[in-house]
Design a protein around this ligand. Structure first.
Ligand SMILES: Cc1cc2nc3c(=O)[nH]c(=O)nc-3n(C[C@H](O)[C@H](O)[C@H](O)COP(=O)(O)OP(=O)(O)OC[C@H]3O[C@@H](n4cnc5c(N)ncnc54)[C@H](O)[C@@H]3O)c2cc1C
Length: 412
């Protein structure tokens, strides 16, 4: 059992970004993953660097929309009856996080995190040889009625107050950005500062390749327990035990299970999301489109055209319900009448979500040798480079680039 400086558990976009940043600080790093790199949510997401998405999901707006959404079992938000009781405590915390004061605090914390993540992203892409995967195509949010558009305005005002640029458009103006939209969309808002990655799975795999090429060790093993002591941490796995000075838990939606092994209960749940990836020529998409009233987006990726989103509060064990992917695809055909919906590949992934829509970044209660970096919800790709910087600072005892109080794993 050789002792590493750092072991990162989880080879998703967060774990690999953290591992690369730690390695660049001169630390010896091993990443272990139960399945190998890009096995989780990082592979199938919508590929957006949504730096302008500073409004937490937990907000008065969602409380208004949720009852209507929940009535449609294949709608943007669903709560399978088999999981309703299990998730009730998380829902109570989510509801508490919707108070105006908490929302203000969350926006301030999220804005700081987004600013850091945006500043870190391009240097990180340069260092890892992935800069050619960055796209700066913006995002078009579309509305079906003047009333829906008016309802969105307080959110845009909050973004404007934090310096985010956007442009409100009428139907005619939208056709210059994206031809072929259904005339049912009468208003839109274009956000030019919204970037994308050419393909989230290929990006995560490229990070894994870079990590190994620059001296990192990547191993397949499922971590079972963490055993911290004064000198470091022993990690028991389904294979051999591992020993390191510090461990960073980046196991996405499964991270709370490892925290439990050192006596810490973190209210991490999963917002399961679905998509269908169509062949490349399915539609001439010029920008990412968000159908906010229906909870999904359409994105062009190297691997094809991805139609996906939705939130299913169904935990980690229930089987996927791909009728959700089908329901979104059917709507996408109505909204983009020229879309060829044939030949698609369906996917379901686990967003790792904390009740206040902020990640957990910081040390475990039981030991300073155990760090957590998980719970990025809808924004793990977006915040990966920022998280990597923050964790590298924690590992090397440097002052933090941000006040980490709002991200404390012990805040609940
Ligand atoms: C439909 C959908 C669309 C999304 N769109 C976007 C988007 O456009 N932009 C954005 O920023 N975010 C988006 N997200 C969210 C984003 O995908 C996640 O926040 C992000 O991928 C989380 O990354 P992660 O590395 O923490 O977790 P993951 O990618 O899930 O990686 C966790 C890894 O840990 C491993 N693991 C788990 N338990 C263990 C264990 N015990 N031992 C060893 N390994 C373990 C898993 O195998 C996995 O590889 C979307 C998510 C979904 C579902």
């Amino acid at each position: 059992m050789s002792k590493q400086d750092v072991i990162v558990i989880g080879a998703g976009v967060v774990g690999l970004s953290v591992a690369i940043a730690a390695q660049r600080r001169g630390l010896t790093v091993t990443v272990i993953d139960k399945e190998g790199p890009a096995a989780g949510a990082s592979a199938g997401n919508a590929g957006a660097f949504a730096f302008t998405d500073i409004l937490p999901l937990a907000s008065p707006g969602i409380l208004k929309k949720a009852p209507k959404w929940l009535l449609d079992p294949l709608g943007p938000l669903s709560l399978p009856p088999a999981y309703a009781l299990r998730i009730a405590p998380w829902m109570v915390r989510f509801w508490r996080a919707c108070s105006p004061a908490r929302v203000e605090q969350a926006i301030a914390a999220q804005t700081a995190m987004m600013d850091l993540s945006k500043a870190e992203l391009e240097p990180f892409l340069q260092q890892t040889g992935t800069a050619d995967m960055l796209r700066k195509d913006g995002n078009l949010q579309v509305y079906e009625s003047e009333a829906e558009f008016q309802d969105s305005l307080p959110g845009w005002q909050a973004r404007a107050a934090h310096g985010i640029a956007f442009e409100h458009l009428n139907a005619n103006e939208m056709t210059h950005i994206q031809p072929g939209l259904s005339p049912r969309f009468v208003r839109g808002t274009f956000t030019p500062g919204w970037f994308s990655i050419a393909d989230p799975k290929l990006y995560t795999l490229a990070l894994a390749e870079h990590f190994v090429a620059t001296g990192g060790r990547l191993e397949t093993a499922q971590a079972q327990t963490l055993k911290p002591d004064a000198d470091g941490v022993t990690i028991t796995t389904t294979g051999p035990d591992y020993r390191c000075a510090k461990v960073v838990v980046c196991a996405g939606a499964f991270s709370h299970r490892l925290a439990r092994t050192i006596g810490e209960r973190i209210p991490l749940e999963t917002e399961r999301g679905y998509n269908t990836t169509l062949p490349d020529n399915a539609f001439d998409l010029r920008t990412q489109i968000t159908f906010g009233g229906h909870g999904f987006v359409v994105t062009k990726l190297t691997s094809g055209l991805r139609v996906g989103g939705a939130v299913e509060l169904g935990g980690l064990e229930l089987p996927p319900n791909y009728r959700r992917s089908e329901a979104m695809l059917k709507k996408a055909q109505e909204f983009l009448p020229g879309l060829d919906a044939s030949g698609g590949k369906q996917w379901m992934g686990f967003r790792p979500s904390l009740p206040d829509s902020l990640p957990a970044i910081g040390a475990a209660k039981a030991s300073a040798n155990v760090l957590y970096a998980f719970g990025h919800g809808h924004l793990g790709l977006t915040q990966s480079a920022g998280t990597a910087r923050l964790v590298a600072d924690l590992l090397t005892g440097k002052p933090s680039a941000l006040d980490l109080t709002p991200f404390s794993p012990q805040r609940f």
